[in-house]
Design a protein around this ligand. Structure first.
Ligand code: ADP
Ligand code: MG
Length: 371
């Protein structure tokens, strides 16, 4: 065993992954002016790595030695953490790797998880450098909490692990179409929302979900005898926990599920309180409640009502608004089958292939540095 020269506890070792292209592109500057001075003061030892391209972080975490780090922290928006989570889940030792505490210092345009961490800590809702400072302080304090991940399967069979959201329609359109206003920082979403409201679209689709009350009944699976004679379920994926609530995408959903076919303005599965630093979308959500909060807005809602919904979301008061076009159900799993031919689907704000998609929650699979 290692003998410490002093009685001081060892400093925490954090891997800091910085996306120079996140948000307005000033993450490196933020890092030098705000982040590094404080964490140095807090006696945290770190390696700062700048990502050079998309998927760089995802590849990097696949080969790190887990023993060498106490946490991986992204200095970016939610997109870079999505890479880290999926990189960890792609490792053969995913079961250990995904327990590595992950954190976020908001320097992107989509800073939903930072908003959720800030709220969980009891701070007032904040944006920009105020939110960043709160998150730096919480990172220094360093409390780690379990956090749910959602396993998302798309039509080609690709599987992602998601910590934030699955979106279709209005929200994913705004997210992707507003990329061109990236220089505005998070204001890009406000502008994008106005543009989308002005030319409101609807999408036809079939949405099926497993409401929480029925969630204790996993679907039956074929079982085989393992060499030692114990019963073991057939593994459908190499990595990650089995999706015991989901039949394959080409098979019907179990009878206990609810199915609606509608013209939708939007469908959103969210498992954090915030969809953006100033979008308090699911106030009742917790990091490890094991719930997907499924929201959908049906066609027929007026533009005014839709704008009112998004404005109220800033304070979280939209949940009290009675509107027959807006539905919220807590679920453990859902499947979305778009019937409109073209559209955009996002997972944690990142575009994924368009087509049938399904998801199930895995309670407390990851660990978040929540402060
Ligand atoms: P934002 O909130 O501003 O969108 P993200 O952290 O979500 O910031 O990053 C946006 C996208 O940039 C993500 O898809 C991420 O994978 C990608 N990315 C990460 N590093 C780089 C890089 N060095 N160059 C270009 N894109 C990158
Ligand atoms: Mg993003």
């Amino acid at each position: 065993t290692e003998i410490s020269p002093t009685l001081q506890p060892k400093p925490r070792r954090l891997m800091l992954l910085l996306n120079p292209c996140g948000g307005r592109g000033n993450a490196l500057q933020q890092c030098h002016t705000h982040i590094l001075p404080i964490i140095t003061e807090a006696d945290i030892s770190y390696n700062l790595i700048q990502t050079e391209r998309q998927n760089h972080a995802r590849e990097l975490v696949q080969s790190i030695n887990l023993e060498e780090w106490d946490g991986i922290v992204v200095i970016s928006g939610d997109g870079l953490l999505f890479e880290v989570v999926n990189g960890l889940m792609e490792r053969p030792d995913w079961e250990d790797a995904i327990k590595m505490p992950v954190g976020i210092l908001p320097c992107g345009s989509g800073n939903a998880l930072a908003g959720a961490i800030n709220y969980n800590a009891g701070f007032d809702q904040a944006m920009g450098s105020e939110l960043l400072l709160n998150c730096i302080l919480l990172l220094c304090r360093g409390t780690v909490m379990p956090m749910d991940l959602v396993s998302v399967t798309t039509c080609s069979g690709a599987r992602f692990f998601s910590f934030l959201s699955v979106a279709w329609g209005f929200i994913s359109d705004v997210d992707i179409e507003s990329e061109k206003y990236r220089h505005m920082g998070s204001a890009r979403f406000t502008v994008g929302t106005m543009v989308r409201v002005a030319s409101l679209r609807t999408y036809r689709g079939r949405l099926s979900y497993l409401p929480v009350l029925d969630a204790h009944r996993p679907i039956s699976r074929s079982i085989t005898l393992s060499p030692n004679g114990n019963l073991s379920p057939l593994k459908s994926h190499v990595n990650g926990p089995e999706d015991d609530l989901l039949p394959p995408l080409n098979q019907p959903v179990p009878k206990s599920w609810v199915t609606v076919e509608e013209d939708f303005v939007l469908v959103l599965g969210i498992y954090q309180t915030h969809l953006g630093a100033d979008l308090f979308t699911a106030p009742f959500s917790c990091f490890d409640d094991g719930l997907i909060h499924l929201f959908f807005v049906k066609a027929g809602i007026s533009r005014t009502a839709l704008v009112r919904l998004f404005l109220a979301m800033e304070k979280g008061t939209h949940v009290g608004i009675e509107c027959p076009y807006v539905v919220h159900v807590p679920v453990r799993a859902f499947r979305l089958e778009p019937l409109t031919r073209k559209g955009i689907l996002t997972v944690d704000g990142e575009r994924v292939e368009y087509g049938p998609i399904q998801a199930q929650i895995h309670q407390g699979l990851s660990n978040i540095i929540s402060g």
